[in-house]
Structures are given as structure tokens and as C-alpha cells.
Design a protein around this ligand. Structure first.
Ligand code: GDD
Ligand code: MN
Length: 865
């Protein structure tokens, strides 16, 4: 009886037939247990004759097609003619070793799997003798299928499957992608296995895989993902776009010529062009996929995409104009081109998506996640070096100017990263922040892997999406503060913890030790995960077994070793950091601040994210009774709740800093992401939350793009000086330099400039005067007040008759008898203190903030009291 049918498509393979069949019939199967069906597409080299010669002596058949040659159609014809219920498809050119056939067919014959793929891209699989460009193309081909198709080798031509699965393949399927069609048409319902094979390049004949096949493949992937990307729509979109560009450029140039400014000009020209574009796109470019009616909600989406592209475009423009010094009238063209791409993809996937075969909800979430994360990363890439440093970043840059094993108020990682970044990219915002950018990527990678291990790939994509758009992840992916490496290390630690404690992998302890050590080098908060781990092994009996084995202790030792620079530094500095940190906690001023903590959390997660987190932690009904799922949820609970409880306890008597709890939510993001994709067993509240995610995500992206544009270029119509008294230090520093120059001119003496805050003002001034002038800058510790690391860098100043210029962000920082909270009488220490004055700081002609200053004729030295 025929157990399985081998379908072999052929097109001019005459030299391969004999060897293929000889080797197939030499396999350890009884000759009657399988048939070989050749489907020939009009070969001209005698292939059919070669096959016919075998027909009498073995179970071989030949189908000769007369239609237009096509690989998929040929295979389907072979399947239709097959006598058995299990089909194997393989190439005729011996690229697929007949000897691998048993491994591919047996999983399906046994009934254990619906599809078995002979895979080049699983451990043990390989390709042999393929030229580099073929390897690369094939790799890219399988790689771009990954987001929607969960196998490693989706373009393999060697696979076995149950015959009825072929029925669901679309009749329009063409070309080389039959396996992909098979997998996608039966998505979710299939049991798929991948068997490693070695792919040998053919020795006879030539490949028939052409560029148009590859294009068709990409196109099909996009359609399967829900996009209406075709040459057709792209062409028309481009035509509409060109018209748009023309309108855009004309309006832009006209406005620039009227001195309207970069920001207003490109905004106005955009809106005029967008309205015209929408009309044409809807009525013409995407007409086949949509009725072509103008609809408000569609126009809303079009504007959303357009506005996001526009906000990105501002960054591209600024980069080209301010950093690369390209004239605006030229720079607008590459800027338009870059954002046209965003616009087209946004239109094809979001505004005018494919209506006919709308992909599953799961698939649409995946596409959304990929699109949004890429957009956010683009935003970061464009803006990260344009936006000026916040004072905190300038302070950590100061750390890097005094490289050390550790620092008073933070461990050293942030300084090391800045040192590295600025060594490569120079002392500018790019150099300072590049480390944060990379940390953001590391965090995303580990969160993805964690979520995939806890749930599945779709969930993992959504988890990364959440990290990309929620405030917790946004700031740490751009701003270079200790939180950037902390979040990365936190995600990594969680990943290894799960591998060690839930999956029971011994090797995970190594990663865990490294992640934990690097995390502690970033910020001491990471220690909370150690407490959580302890709580977990106490609660969970399976994990508890690790306590009797050496690995956790070795991991702890490794972490301690990595942490040792901090210990060594503190040993040499009277344990200053530890005293500082515990002081911070055990202040004498008790203050109940739980409400602040909660408000901060709601901002960090957004209100919807906050409710979702609460639901994820406490209301998930056990879907199955499986022990493993129970343990995974316990992991999420313990690694979120335990660190949070510590923060909660602290906030009962101490004021929490805004971003303290940010990393804590990493552990629950996978569960939140999982809930977003759930369709059954949902409470009404959970359903509401689910529905609220879409607007929340859009608002977040928008806010993020808006703020980026605002701080770099401004937004026409939105006034400055809202939250900017701590910001725009480049312009502020230039003003201070001028004041200092005036003082020097009048007195003939070099003034001392003193930032009247713990470290903000001095650091920001240092960074933004670096290289230009050699101002003598100090911080307020010159007057005996606290100055964090400035106490180490500039411990004291002897009395002097050099002029003193105090600088403050607010008037009260300079007011008579106080600085900070200690009530120190600064005025007594100054010679002839002048009045407090201020100057208005302008950017591109618009006032953005004030800076306060006071000039004195000398410094008498610190007088206590
Ligand atoms: N009937 C028919 N009609 N057969 C065809 C046609 C066609 O239009 N085009 C190609 N074939 C046959 C060939 O004769 C060969 O037996 C098999 O299909 C594979 O074609 P090749 O031309 O050798 O393809 P390849 O080696 O470049 O591509 C291989 O790797 C790809 C992934 O990288 C194949 O295994 C593909 O299926 C696979 O996608
Ligand atoms: Mn081949």
C-alpha cells in the first residue's frame, strides 16, 4: 500500500532524474510503500523521457503540464494526483538528499506532526557550496518571514505534510512560496516540526529562481501581514506623493522666503499637501482595496500617520540643517523622501489596509508592533543627538571627565558608557547618549526573549511595543542616566532568572551573575531583584532545589566580583556612597508619600497600563491547571510585587523620586502584552482595557514625537517656557559666557562662576561651555552646601578677590540667606554682593527661559552658621 507520495517538480532536470530515483529506491522503504510523481512544465532537455523510462520498473508517474509554467501550480497538480494522504515535496536537482527523506517524512507518517520541514536554519542544518549571494538571499528570505511565520526556514522546498492541508491554499498562489502558503493558511492549528537537512547546491543544470520570484515572495509576505503594498499602489502613491511634494515644496519655499521659520514652514506646507494627498490616495491610489469614499475616520488615520511622519521629518531636517549644514532649501528634499516611506507604509498597513483577506488579529498586532517599534527607533535615532542634554546627563558627563571606579551618588556604569561614547563620537549629545540608545535595544531584546519564554512570539512582540511607547521605556532608551543601563540589566536579569528558576537551565546562572553584577554597577536598585529571587525560591518548591546546588552562589560571587569597583572606591572614600544612600532613605524629615508613588506609577505606565498591570498581577484566572503556567505567573507576580513593596514601604516615610519604580514594571509587561491578545475568558473590565490600548498607544507615540520635535525645533503655536526653566543650557551657557566676559572686562579679573544647585547648573554650564572658553565653574558646595561629586572635584575655595557670579535656575536659588535646605547664609560670605538679576534666553528669536545671576566682588571664605 502506498504510504506517501513524493512530488517532484521538474523543469529541465534530465541529468538528475536517474540519480535521484536510484537513491530514492535504495532507501530503507519497501518499494511499494511510496510513489514518485514528477510534474514537468514542458522541459526541453528530455526530462520527460528520462522519467518515462522508469515508469514501468518502479512506482513512478509523470504529469506533463501544458499551462503556464509555475512551481506552486505544478506541486498542487502533483498533490491532486497523489494516491496517499502524506505528501513529500522535494527538488529534482539533488539539492535535497534523498537520504534525508526518512527524517522528513516519518514525523508526518507517524501522525505526530502535520507538517515536517527539511530545514537549513535549525541546529544541524546547513547549505553547501552555495555562493555567498545565494546564501544571503536565502537567509534574508527566511528572516523576513519570521515576524508572521513561526518557522526558521519558511522558504524550504523540502517538506512533508498531510494532504488535506493543501486544500486551504489559495488558488491564486504562485511561485516558490508554497510552504509559506501552507503554513499561513493553516496558521495556529498546525503541529510543525523542523528537521535539520544539508542543502547541496546542484551540480547539473541551472536554478530557475528568478528575481521576479523573490519580489513576488516579498509582496506576498506583505499581503499576508495585512498591507496593501503592491507595485500598483506604490506607483500611484508615488505619483500622488510627487504632486504632494510639489505642493509641499512650493508652500515651504514661499513661507521660508517670508521668514516664517523652519518649523512653521514645514508644518504649514505639510498640512496643505496632506489634504490633497488623502483625497487622491483614497479616490485613486488605494481604490482597489477600498471603495474610494472619503471617510472621516480614514482621513483621521491618514492625518495621524502624516503628522507622525511630519514630526519625524522635523528631526531629519534639523539633522541635515543644523548638524550637517545642508541649506534648508536642499535639505527638505531628502527629508520629504524619508518621510514619504513612512507615509506609504503607514497608508498601506493602517489607513488603507487590505480588506479582502484581512489577517488575524494576532497577525495585525504583530505588524503594528513591528511598525511602531521601528518608527520609535527611527525617532530616537534622528533626535537623540539633537536634543540638548538635561542637567542630569551633563552631571554624568562630568563623572566621565573624572573617570573613577565609582562615584559618590551613583555606581560607575553611566560614566563608563559616556566615556566610551564620547571617546568615539566626541563631546556632544550623540556621544553622551549613544550608550542609552544601545541600552534601550538591549532591554528590548531581553524583554522579547523573556516574554517569548513566558508566553509566545506574538506576546513578545507586543511586550516590546509596550516598552517602546510607555514612559518607562521611552526615557531610558534615550536619556543617558543610570536608569538606561539599569533597565537593560534589569530585563537581562529577569530573563536569566526565568531561565534558571522556571526552565531549570543551569547555564542561565552564568548570564544571571553577569547581568546582576552589571546591573548593580548601574544602580543599586537592581538589588531588589535579589530580594525577589529569594522570595521566589522560598515560595516555589521546585526552584528551592537550586539552594542546595553551587550555581546560585557562584552567580552571586560573579556578581560581587563585577561589583567590586564600587566596593574598592568606597573603601578608599570612607564608604561615602553607602552612607549617602542610607541617609537618603533614613532622612530625619519623615514624609508620607504613598500617594505620590501611586501617581508616579500611573504616569510611568499611563492610566490604562496601570489598570492593566493590576489586572495582570491579580485577576488572571488560571487558564489551565498546568503547573508550569502557574509557576510562570508566580514568577511575574513575585518579581513585580516584591520590588514594588520595598518602594512602597520606603514611600511611607520618604519622598520617592519620579522614576524609581520604572524598572519594576518590566516583569509584568509580558503578562499585560499577553492579555492584549487574549480573546476568551475576559472580564468586562479586561475587554474595556483591551479596547483602550489602541488609542493609548497612539497618544503615547504622538506625545513622544511631539516632545522630540518641540525641544529641538519647537512646535508652531505652542509657546515655550512651560517646563523649560531647567533646559536649553546651550543658549543659557552662551549668555553666561557673555556675562562673565563683561565682568572680566570691567574688573580685569577672571570671575568664578558658581552654579547655585547641588550639581545641575554647574554640570550643564561645564558641558555647554566645554572647549569654547575656559570659564572657572564651581558648584554651590563652594559655600559649604552639599554638592555631591563636586565636593570631591572642588573641595574648597580659599578667600579671593576675584569676582563671583552666582547662577540659578530660579530666583529663590540665589535669595539672601538660603541655598538648598540647610539655610546657609551665602551673602555673608560674599564681598559686596550685587542685586539678583536675570536675562531672558531666546532660541531662534523666541524666549524660552530665564537665567538668574548675581555678581559679587569677592569671596570671604566659608563661614559656618
Ligand atoms: N514544474 C516546474 N515548474 N518545476 C520547476 C519550476 C517550474 O516553473 N521551476 C523550478 N522547478 C523545479 C526545478 O526543476 C527543481 O526541481 C525545483 O523546482 C527547484 O528549482 P531550482 O531552480 O533548483 O530552485 P533553487 O535551487 O534555486 O531553489 C531552492 O531553494 C529555495 C530556497 O532558497 C528550492 O528548494 C526552492 O523551493 C527554495 O524555495
Ligand atoms: Mn535547486
Amino acid at each position: 500500500m502506498t504510504q506517501f507520495s513524493i512530488v517532484v517538480p521538474t523543469l529541465n532536470e534530465s541529468e538528475n532524474i536517474d540519480q535521484l530515483l536510484t537513491r530514492l529506491f535504495a532507501l530503507d522503504f519497501s518499494p511499494n510503500s511510496f510513489e514518485v510523481i514528477f510534474v514537468d512544465d514542458g522541459s526541453t532537455d528530455g526530462t520527460p523521457d528520462k522519467v518515462r523510462a522508469w515508469e514501468n520498473q518502479a512506482n513512478v508517474r509523470l504529469i506533463e503540464r501544458r499551462e503556464k509554467p509555475d512551481l506552486t501550480a505544478s506541486i498542487l497538480a502533483g498533490v491532486a494526483a497523489a494516491q496517499s494522504n502524506v505528501i513529500v515535496v522535494m527538488d529534482a536537482d539533488l539539492s535535497h538528499s534523498p537520504e534525508s527523506l526518512p527524517a522528513v517524512v516519518i514525523p508526518v507518517l507517524d501522525g505526530n506532526y502535520d507538517v515536517a520541514i527539511g530545514s537549513r536554519y535549525v541546529p544541524g542544518g546547513s547549505t553547501e557550496n552555495w555562493p555567498l549571494h545565494r546564501q544571503l538571499l536565502s537567509r534574508i528570505g527566511s528572516w523576513i518571514a519570521r515576524p508572521i511565520c513561526d518557522v526558521n526556514d519558511a522558504t524550504s522546498g523540502f517538506f512533508a505534510f498531510r494532504r488535506e492541508l493543501a486544500q486551504s491554499i489559495s488558488n491564486n498562489a504562485r511561485g516558490y512560496k508554497i510552504l509559506l502558503e501552507l503554513l499561513m493558511a493553516n496558521h495556529d492549528k498546525l503541529r510543525v516540526t523542523e528537521v535539520p537537512i544539508c542543502f547541496h547546491d546542484r551540480t547539473h543544470g541551472t536554478s530557475k529562481l528568478s528575481f521576479s520570484h523573490q519580489l513576488a515572495y516579498v509582496q506576498r509576505l506583505i499581503t499576508l501581514a495585512g498591507g496593501t503594498v503592491t507595485l500598483n499602489t506604490a506607483g500611484r502613491f508615488a505619483a500622488v506623493g510627487l504632486l504632494g511634494v510639489l505642493i509641499d515644496a512650493i508652500v515651504f519655499q514661499w513661507m521660508i522666503s517670508r521668514d516664517a521659520g523652519l518649523a512653521l514652514s514645514h508644518f504649514a506646507s505639510f498640512f496643505v499637501a496632506a489634504t490633497v494627498n488623502y483625497t487622491f490616495n483614497s479616490k485613486w491610489a488605494f481604490r482597489e482595496h477600498h471603495a474610494g469614499y472619503l471617510q472621516w475616520h480614514q482621513f483621521g488615520r491618514f492625518l495621524t500617520v502624516g503628522a507622525l511622519a511630519l514630526l519625524l521629518r522635523g528631526g531629519v531636517l534639523a539633522l541635515l540643517v543644523y548638524v550637517w549644514h545642508i541649506p534648508p532649501l536642499l535639505a527638505i528634499f531628502p527629508a520629504i523622501a524619508a518621510t514619504a516611506a513612512v507615509n506609504y507604509l503607514g497608508s498601506a498597513f493602517y489607513v488603507f489596509p487590505s480588506k479582502k483577506d484581512l489577517p488575524s488579529l494576532e497577525m495585525r498586532w504583530r505588524t503594528a508592533a513591528i511598525g511602531i517599534v521601528i518608527f520609535i527607533l527611527l525617532l530616537r535615532l534622528v533626535y537623540f543627538g539633537l536634543a540638548q542634554l538635561i542637567p542630569d546627563e551633563a552631571y554624568y558627563w562630568q563623572y566621565a571627565q573624572h573617570m573613577d571606579l565609582s562615584f559618590y551618588d551613583h555606581p560607575p556604569m553611566v560614566a563608563w558608557l559616556i566615556w566610551l561614547g564620547t571617546s568615539i563620537l566626541g563631546h556632544n549629545e550623540f556621544g553622551v547618549r549613544i550608550g542609552a540608545l544601545l541600552c534601550g535595544l538591549v532591554a528590548m531584546g531581553y524583554l522579547y526573549a523573556l516574554a517569548q519564554n513566558l508566553y509566545n512570539k506574538s506576546t513578545a512582540m507586543r511586550a516590546v511595543l509596550l516598552l517602546a511607547i510607555l514612559p518607562i521605556g521611552v526615557a531610558s532608551g534615550v536619556l543617558m542616566t543610570p536608569d538606561a543601563p539599569l533597565i537593560a540589566a534589569w530585563a537581562a536579569t529577569l530573563y536569566y532568572m526565568e531561565r534558571a528558576l522556571i526552565a531549570g537551565q543551569r547555564s542561565a546562572w552564568l548570564g544571571m551573575g553577569i547581568a546582576f553584577g552589571l546591573g548593580l554597577l548601574s544602580k543599586y536598585t537592581l538589588g531588589l531583584l535579589g530580594i525577589a529571587a529569594l522570595a521566589f525560591v522560598i515560595i516555589d518548591p521546585t526552584a528551592r532545589r537550586w539552594m542546595k546546588r553551587p550555581y546560585p552562589y557562584l552567580a552571586a560571587l560573579l556578581a560581587l566580583l563585577l561589583f567590586s569597583p564600587v566596593i574598592i572606591w568606597n573603601y578608599g572614600n570612607d564608604w561615602a556612597s553607602f552612607a549617602f544612600q542610607s541617609n537618603r532613605v533614613l532622612t530625619d524629615s519623615y514624609q508620607f508619600s504613598v500617594h505620590h508613588l501611586i501617581i508616579h506609577v500611573i504616569i510611568l505606565l499611563t492610566p490604562i497600563g496601570f489598570i492593566a498591570a493590576v489586572l495582570a498581577l491579580f485577576s488572571i484566572k488560571k487558564q489551565t491547571n498546568q503547573q508550569i503556567e502557574y509557576r510562570r505567573h508566580l514568577f511575574v507576580q513575585v518579581f513585580t510585587v516584591v520590588p514594588f513593596l520595598v518602594c512602597f514601604a520606603l514611600s511611607t516615610f520618604d519622598e520617592p523620586r519620579f522614576h524609581w519604580t520604572a524598572p519594576i514594571w518590566l516583569a509584568v509587561l509580558p503578562t499585560i502584552a499577553w492579555m492584549i491578545g487574549q480573546t476568551d475568558h475576559l472580564s468586562t473590565l479586561a475587554k474595556r482595557i483591551q479596547a483602550a490600548w489602541q488609542p493609548t498607544i497612539i497618544v503615547c507615540i504622538f506625545a513622544y514625537a511631539f516632545v522630540s520635535h518641540y525641544v529641538v525645533l519647537g512646535i508652531p503655536g505652542v509657546p515655550y517656557h512651560l517646563f523649560t526653566e531647567h533646559y536649553y543650557w546651550r543658549e543659557t551657557a552662551a549668555e553666561i559666557e557673555q556675562i562673565a566676559a563683561e565682568v572680566k572686562n570691567q574688573t580685569g579679573k577672571e570671575p568664578i562662576v558658581v552654579g547655585m544647585s547641588k550639581w545641575s547648573v554647574a554640570s550643564a554650564l561645564y558641558f555647554y561651555t566645554h572647549g569654547d572658553t575656559k570659564l572657572d565653574i564651581r558648584s554651590r558646595n563652594m559655600f559649604g552646601d552639599s554638592g555631591a561629586m563636586y565636593e570631591f572635584w572642588f573641595p574648597s575655595q580659599a578667600p579671593t578677590d576675584r569676582p563671583i557670579i552666582q547662577i540659578g535656575m530660579k530666583r529663590r536659588h540665589l535669595e539672601k540667606t538660603r541655598t538648598g535646605s540647610k539655610g546657609i547664609d551665602v551673602e555673608k560670605m560674599l564681598e559686596q554682593p550685587g542685586a539678583i538679576e536675570y536675562r531672558v534666553i531666546e532660541r531662534y528669536g523666541t524666549p524660552v527661559r530665564r537665567v538668574y545671576y548675581r555678581i559679587s566682588e569677592g569671596f570671604k571664605g566659608v563661614t559656618n552658621g
